[in-house]
Design a protein around this ligand. Structure first.
Ligand code: X2X
Length: 340
């Protein structure tokens, strides 16, 4: 009796073990999602929404854990794309800026004053240019699934209200990612320094740099007014979209049904994430700016003529990078924006 029930148990245990090992061949217990910032930011919220949708819709077959602070690459956001390609990272929602060292075409969105408004950005990401960019990311070795948004990057500093390129002269500005940013700020007479987001915050606190550029949703969630950033100029010079991606081996390991679920979940999460990123900025009157002013921050809005002075000063950078990115792609983008 005792022996028989032991055998029964042993058989049951081996059946269970077989079941889990069959699954383990294809599916990991946990997938690592890389993000630069956490769930206090619209960007990180997008990650949370995507992970939750996937977990629900796959009944837990695909279980995703968030790794904010690009901790899987020790905070070096410009190494994120390579780490996804190599499988150190299973999936990510990344900024086009951070991946542009590996995928030069992603510099498109960082061309100064290419996209005047949200409609222009949508005309690119939701149109033919977006499809071309996805095929380039795919060829670069990572599976792209959906677009999200970090946002329009406004310039902030601790010194004074900026209205003209002259006001930027000699100012130390933290920039990220691509040499294109160094070119833009050098053309404006500033003194740009490239550093990661992790390093930027202490550098702002100590005064090692005077200013930085980031979307207002990053400004508020990171409380940049508490690290001396008292002046914001709304110049809307570039905007960075986010891209939802999966490592190709991980992608290939999933059933067709699960791939469809993950892909649709990315699209749904991306839409929701973009709405969160634009909240308070896309509505008339931009209510988010009033909240920021209430923190003791001056917000400078440029007249069309004032903005034009920044456009003119950065035009040589635009022309230089048009060639580096690819004249065909940039021409398609210009056409799509003109037709918006
Ligand atoms: O580092 C930045 O400025 C940030 C958070 O916006 C990006 O990752 C591009």
């Amino acid at each position: 009796m005792k022996v028989r029930s032991f055998l029964k148990l042993a058989v049951m245990a081996s059946v269970l073990a077989l079941g889990t090992s069959a699954m383990a061949q294809n599916y990991k217990a946990e997938y690592k999602m890389s993000l630069v910032v956490g769930t206090a930011f619209p960007w990180g919220k997008g990650g949370e929404i995507w992970a939750n949708l996937v977990r629900e819709r796959t009944q837990g077959r695909i279980n995703i854990k968030l790794y904010p602070g690009v901790s899987l690459v020790q905070g070096d956001q410009t190494r994120e794309f390579s780490a996804i390609r190599q499988g150190v990272i299973d999936m990510a929602i990344g900024s086009t800026i951070n991946w542009s060292p590996q995928v030069k075409e992603l510099n498109l969105f960082s061309m100064p004053f290419l996209m005047p408004d949200y409609k222009a950005m949508d005309a690119l990401t939701q149109g033919d240019v977006g499809k071309q960019i996805f095929s380039i990311i795919d060829k670069a070795g990572v599976m792209p699934l959906a677009w999200g948004e970090n946002g329009y990057r406004e310039i902030t500093n601790s010194k004074k209200a900026l209205r003209t390129p002259d006001d930027l002269k000699g100012m130390k500005i933290r920039v990220v990612g691509s040499p294109l940013f160094l070119d833009t700020f050098t053309a404006l007479g500033a003194n740009p320094t490239q550093m990661s987001w992790a390093d930027a915050q202490p550098a702002l606190t100590s005064g090692a740099v005077d200013g930085q550029e980031n979307p207002m949703s990053i400004f508020t969630a990171a409380k940049l007014h508490t690290v001396g950033q008292k002046h914001v100029t709304m110049w809307g010079y570039v905007a960075d979209p986010l891209v939802f991606v999966v490592n190709k081996d991980v992608w290939a390991s999933w059933s067709e049904n699960d791939r469809a679920i993950v892909s649709q979940a990315a699209i749904d999460a991306g839409k929701e994430q973009i709405a969160i990123a634009r909240k308070g900025l896309a509505e008339p009157g931009q209510p988010l700016l009033k909240d920021i002013e209430a923190l003791g921050v001056t917000i400078t809005k440029l007249s069309p003529a004032e903005r034009d002075a920044f456009v003119k000063a950065t035009r040589p950078v635009y022309e230089k990078w048009k060639k580096q990115i690819g004249e065909g792609l940039v021409a398609s983008a210009e056409k799509a924006i003109a037709a918006r």
